[in-house]
Design a protein around this ligand. Structure first.
Ligand SMILES: *[C@@H]1O[C@H](CO)[C@@H](O)[C@H](O)[C@H]1NC(C)=O
Ligand SMILES: *[C@@H]1O[C@H](CO)[C@@H](O)[C@H](O)[C@H]1NC(C)=O
Ligand SMILES: *[C@@H]1O[C@H](CO)[C@@H](O)[C@H](O)[C@H]1NC(C)=O
Ligand SMILES: *[C@@H]1O[C@H](CO)[C@@H](O)[C@H](O)[C@H]1NC(C)=O
Ligand SMILES: *[C@@H]1O[C@H](CO)[C@@H](O)[C@H](O)[C@H]1NC(C)=O
Ligand SMILES: *[C@@H]1O[C@H](CO)[C@@H](O)[C@H](O)[C@H]1NC(C)=O
Length: 419
């Protein structure tokens, strides 16, 4: 049954069987396809006649109902008596901070979120299917239901989200305003307790190697999974060693209200900047377009759609940015700077300390975490936000080791403003 529906949807609505045959003669010039098409035509004929006799026969399946009514209204028969749709959709309701999806309305649910009713980010789509599904976007920009925008927190981890207790406190009481996606190593097999905000939030994942192209693929996988939920509006990439520097409402407002994305991008002469450019990337990418920046991005829905739909730059990087090129430090900064620089702030929201040199940034242990240190990360810089200068430039920081957790939990209420 489902197959028939998909087949029908892939073709334009058939007006007559003769026309259908003519169409198909052009496209599928072999005998076997005629048989398939003939069967299809007969099935459609039967379906249509059933439909005309008794429309309520199909009420068990809204999708089929919609399909049959649309195909019959384009035929010459008088329009059937379709149930009047209610003026307001009652699709998504928000009471307090809780967003619920009305399960009795099946017609639109699939388009609002792939899995609106069970809190599970897992699915069985292949990578190709996922990217295709995630790349869909409405061209009517007003939503026919109340859409409360959410921030999607994308955790790219090796194993567990080691600082989870801090994040649990951060998210507490803000249900309906965020969603969480976790990409961890496929071999990681620990379970997350049902009471945790991270429960059921793992997405289908693949092995990731530090500094390799697989890192970019994982980032894209996270973005694509988060795009499946149409209420996700901003997307932030985090790791297991990242911490929030402010409470949820401050971070939510900062992101939702921002006119720009936060993807660090700069032009750096020398071996670890322009030196990583590879001449065969021409003509897609020229040396003066080459950019570097932190992989820890933040972007809005429109840009996320562009990123997961990009093939040209992605393939060029896959082919020509290998070994000591580090695609994860160059792909997004370059792609966004070439095509969408107007929408980018060119800075990262994730504080990190590179002052010690070397390929890895500084790691912070328990004894490094002090009130003064956290205060400095929160407000010790100057930057622009929506055209005005501000000292709130970083909303997140890394890299914090698991042994820093107890101090972070202790200082969070006093310094970061959450319990
Ligand atoms: C769900 O949608 C149906 C049909 O529009 C409506 O009658 C019902 O009141 C809605 N339920 C909620 C909880 O909004
Ligand atoms: C959000 O909802 C929870 C219950 O689901 C409630 O305990 C909490 O106080 C609410 N927070 C806000 C800010 O309304
Ligand atoms: C998890 O994986 C480890 C090896 O990586 C294995 O020893 C252990 O039995 C696994 N646990 C479960 C519950 O599958
Ligand atoms: C979050 O922090 C800001 C100041 O940083 C404060 O004004 C606000 O009340 C806090 N929000 C909550 C829900 O605690
Ligand atoms: C930021 O967004 C919040 C709602 O998320 C709104 O209440 C607030 O007024 C906005 N602030 C600015 C400066 O636009
Ligand atoms: C970001 O960098 C681009 C050059 O890549 C520049 O044109 C643009 O003005 C910069 N944007 C901001 C907000 O500084």
């Amino acid at each position: 049954m489902k197959n028939t529906i998909q087949q029908q949807q892939q073709h334009p609505p058939p007006f007559s069987i003769t026309k259908l045959f003519l169409n198909l003669q052009m496209h599928l010039p072999n005998l076997f396809s005629y048989f398939v098409i003939f069967g299809f035509g007969v099935a459609l004929g039967i379906a249509l006649s059933f439909h005309l006799k008794n429309i309520s026969l199909f009420s068990f399946d809204d999708q089929l109902h919609q399909l049959s009514s649309s195909s019959s209204s384009s035929s010459s028969s008088p329009p059937p008596n379709i149930q009047p749709s209610s003026p307001s959709l009652h699709l998504v309701t928000t009471t307090g901070n809780q967003t619920t999806v009305n399960t009795t309305r099946t017609g639109l649910n699939d388009y609002v979120s792939l899995r609106p009713n069970n809190n599970n980010a897992m699915h069985d789509m292949t990578e190709e299917e996922l990217l295709w599904r995630a790349s869909m976007a409405p061209r009517i920009h007003e939503y026919p239901f109340k859409r409360v925008p959410k921030v999607a927190f994308l955790f790219l981890t090796r194993g567990a989200v080691t600082l989870a207790p801090l994040w649990e406190k951060f998210f507490h009481g803000h249900e309906g305003l965020y969603s969480i996606y976790v990409h961890s190593s496929p071999s990681f097999n620990e379970t997350v307790p049902q009471s945790s905000v991270f429960h059921g939030r793992r997405i289908p994942s693949k092995e990731v190697q530090w500094g390799k192209f697989s890192m970019l693929e994982a980032e894209r996988r996270l973005l694509a999974n988060a795009l499946l939920d149409i209420t996700n509006q901003r997307f932030v990439l985090l790791s297991e060693s990242c911490i929030p520097l402010f409470n949820f409402s401050t971070i939510y407002n900062y992101l939702i209200n921002s006119s720009k994305a936060f993807i660090e991008a700069y032009d750096l002469p020398g071996p670890v900047g322009r030196g990583r450019y590879n001449r065969p990337m021409r003509p897609v990418i020229r040396l003066e377009q080459w950019r570097k920046g932190s992989q820890w991005f933040e972007m809005d829905r429109a840009l996320a759609l562009e990123v997961i739909s990009d093939k040209k730059y992605f393939v060029t990087f896959k082919r020509h940015c290998k070994a000591s090129c580090y695609a994860d430090e160059h792909y997004l900064p370059t792609f966004v700077s070439v095509k969408f620089w107007k929408r980018n702030s060119n800075r990262s929201l994730t504080w990190v300390d590179w002052s010690k040199g070397g390929p890895h940034p500084a790691k912070f242990q328990r004894r490094d975490v002090t009130i003064e240190f956290l205060k400095r990360l929160r407000s010790g810089s100057h930057c622009e936000y929506n055209g005005k200068s501000t000292n709130i430039c970083f909303l997140f920081a890394r890299k914090f080791l698991p042994n820093a957790l107890d101090r972070l939990l202790r200082f969070a209420p006093k310094v970061m403003g959450f319990n």
